[in-house]
Design a protein around this ligand. Structure first.
Ligand code: DX5
Ligand code: ZN
Length: 218
């Protein structure tokens, strides 16, 4: 079980410090938005490159951009562990995955709430991780959408059928309560922005882990 705080809810004027505040997490989730694929604009490659140099933990880059076929592999810079692109924006999802892998990072694919899981079940062995969005991508602080959880069950069984190991990530509205529903549905990697940076990040990370511990115990 992995916790990936999203720095989207952190102070963008102090990103090095904000990364240090989440050093007990497993990776830092970096939301790259281009103002076209989603109606919001954040940071791009030059900033991600510097974050990779200064971060105490690996970076999990979530690309909400058009043209991932060309751009996604470029994000495989030092410090970046995984690169997630959106299936909806991709021309050749398997080709992008292999280019990311060749560039030295773990490939992952994301699906928006309206995209069915079956678009990736047949190609699931190309990816190290699938991200099931639990909000419409674009902004932090939105409410978790429980109606997408059956996709996790579907993806977990598709991975088992394919005989492949894949991490299942959820992103959007994850807090100490909704994380339990996501874990029970099969997620193992949890992005949380406002739930972590809305308080003391180390305490919030510990409380998310405690919720997961209770789930596994009970
Ligand atoms: C939304 C981003 C998320 C966002 C989550 O498009 O992909 O990573 O930061 O924020 P919370 O956890 O506040 O919903
Ligand atoms: Zn994200």
């Amino acid at each position: 079980m992995r916790i990936h705080p999203s720095i989207l809810s952190s102070d963008f004027a102090n990103l090095e410090l904000e990364l240090q505040r989440i050093e007990t997490a497993d990776a830092a989730h970096i939301d790259v938005m281009d103002g076209h694929f989603v109606p919001n604009l954040t940071i791009g490659l030059p900033v991600v490159r510097r974050l990779g140099e200064v971060s105490p933990i690996p970076l999990d880059v979530h690309l909400m951009i058009e043209n991932p076929d060309e751009l996604a592999p470029q994000y495989a810079v030092p410090g970046v562990e995984s690169i997630t692109f959106h299936f909806e924006a991709a021309r050749d999802a398997v080709g992008i995955a292999s280019a990311i892998r060749d560039a030295g990072a773990a490939p992952a694919v994301a699906i928006k709430p309206g995209t069915e899981a079956r678009v990736v079940t047949d190609i699931i062995d190309a990816f190290d991780m699938v991200l099931v969005m639990t909000v419409e991508p674009g902004f932090g602080g939105q409410s978790f959408m429980p109606e997408v959880l059956p996709k996790l069950v579907e993806l977990r069984s598709a991975a088992a059928e394919a005989g492949t190991i894949v991490r299942l990530q959820v992103d959007g509205g994850v807090d100490a309560v909704t994380i339990v529903d996501a874990a029970l549905a099969g997620a193992d990697t949890f992005v949380a922005g406002s739930a972590v940076y809305g308080g003391n990040p180390a305490e919030r990370i510990a409380s998310l882990r405690a919720s997961l511990g209770d789930t596994l115990d009970g």
